[in-house]
Design a protein around this ligand. Structure first.
Ligand SMILES: *Cc1c(COP(=O)(O)O)cnc(C)c1O
Length: 427
């Protein structure tokens, strides 16, 4: 039965039979028992599906991954131990040493570092383009060895909204997939696959978990990208894998199975960034209320953004759904029902004033975190983005005085009163 998204949040991916547990079982087992070595051998050869070792796959994790696949409208998904691992795997599954990737420069600081420093050391080149790049600028970024395009639906922390359709069209013109990190929008507000994205990633640490309890990530495949039609560009999927007796992933597992099977069989096997079943269970508790919580995060953020926009001590406030925001129209196109709970703003008086206001907040806490039930704030130039120089900060859409403020699920009136009192310390 096709269920609406709210129902999928609560029940998707797990349908217990007569007498089985109503809540998803935590299969806290590293390994699985088989009657014969032949049975086991078939699993190792990817001739049969089943579990043999929880570094590669675990039933609890798979149950939760399949719920996220349903929410995103994808065909297959895998959990990872963090959002960083999800983005690394999603890119490294198709781009290797000597390859090139086009990425929006308006991305999470950790992802920027992963791409520009660590993956660069692995021989993969990235060209960063503004999220507002024109079609001509996008066109120029491609090279013969380009293997993917990467962007964030709503960027953390600059809150740029990506024109997903335009980036997807550019990627597809060059025969490569578009990978979208949908962490901030969540599938409650945006389903990038509906707009042409091929692979969707998440830091489930944020809204999906939603309670600041578990670091985690997820990769969802749309099953729509035709690897075989672009066979020479993706040899990892379209030529034999010697570590699996010559399996050709795109042939054996088809459009819907190739990407996630390869990422599991090779990357999870070799790098092992697997979440624990216990963490997957906690993530699922968050997913059960994701649709309810996202609405409240949105309402609170809009109320706080409107309050700040009228305050005389505020230099500027950015929230894509705030009337007059430069991304208002595009946010309404991609997220007509709402947007994330994160806003950004700057106070009059620059860096020092920003620090003073943040210190004076009593309801919101200073944390390296966002998208939590508890409101929190951060000064990116001093924390997550401190490895960047001013020019790189500007390219990522972050000014030195930017405060990232994540509206939690508290009463909006209390968040506003807290901000009002903190801003009064500037008088
Ligand atoms: C936090 C975050 C990440 C990294 O996720 P972790 O779970 O912290 O590893 C990646 N992308 C975005 C958009 C994020 O906000």
């Amino acid at each position: 039965m096709d269920m609406l998204r709210d129902t999928v949040c609560v029940q998707g991916g797990y349908h217990p039979n007569n007498g089985e547990p109503r809540q998803i079982p935590i299969i806290q087992s590293t390994t699985f028992r088989y009657e014969t070595s032949e049975d086991m051998g078939k699993l190792f050869d990817l001739e049969a599906s089943g579990y043999f070792y929880s570094r590669l796959q675990n039933p609890t994790c798979d149950t939760v991954a399949s719920k996220i696949a349903l929410l995103e409208g994808g065909c297959a998904a895998m959990l990872t131990s963090s959002g960083q691992a999800a983005n690394f795997y999603a890119v490294f599954n198709i781009a290797n040493c000597g390859d090139h990737v086009v990425a929006s420069s308006a991305i999470y600081g950790g992802t920027y570092n992963l791409f520009a420093v660590t993956m660069k050391k692995m021989g993969i080149d990235f060209t960063f383009v503004p999220s507002t790049a024109t079609d001509e600028e996008l066109e120029k970024a491609f090279r013969p060895n380009t293997k993917a395009v990467f962007g964030e639906t709503i960027s953390n922390p600059s809150l740029d909204v990506l024109d997903i359709e335009r980036f997807a069209n550019a990627a597809h013109r060059h025969g490569v997939p578009l990978i979208i990190d949908n962490t901030f929008a969540t599938p409650i507000f945006c389903r990038p696959i509906e707009f042409g994205a091929d692979i969707v990633t998440h830091s489930t640490t944020k809204y999906m978990d939603g309670h600041g309890a578990c670091v985690g990530g997820c990769i969802v495949d749309s099953g729509k990208f035709d690897w075989l039609a672009n066979a020479e560009r993706f040899p990892g999927l379209t030529t034999p894998d010697d570590s699996y007796h010559g399996i050709v992933y795109a042939e054996k597992f088809g459009l819907e199975g190739a990407f996630i099977t390869k990422a599991t069989a090779q990357l999870m096997r070799d790098f092992g960034s697997t979440p624990s079943p216990q963490s997957a269970f906690i993530l699922n508790l968050g997913l059960e209320s994701l649709h309810v919580r996202m609405k409240r995060h949105f309402e609170n953020a809009l109320a706080v953004a409107r309050f700040l926009s009228k305050h005389k001590k505020i230099k500027w406030v950015r929230y894509p759904m705030l009337e007059g925001d430069k991304y208002f129209d595009i946010a309404n196109k991609y997220m007509p029902e709402g947007c994330c709970g994160v806003i950004s703003f700057a106070v009059e008086g620059g860096r020092a004033a920003a620090e003073r206001v943040m210190k004076a907040l009593k309801v919101a806490a200073i944390e390296t975190h966002v998208a939590d039930a508890r409101s929190c704030c951060l000064h990116p130039a001093n924390a997550t983005h401190r490895q960047m120089n001013d020019r790189e900060l500007e390219a990522a859409g972050i000014t030195p005085d930017l405060i990232r403020y994540s509206c939690g699920l508290e009463a909006a009136e209390d968040l506003i009163a807290d901000l009002e009192a903190a801003l009064a310390t500037l008088d």
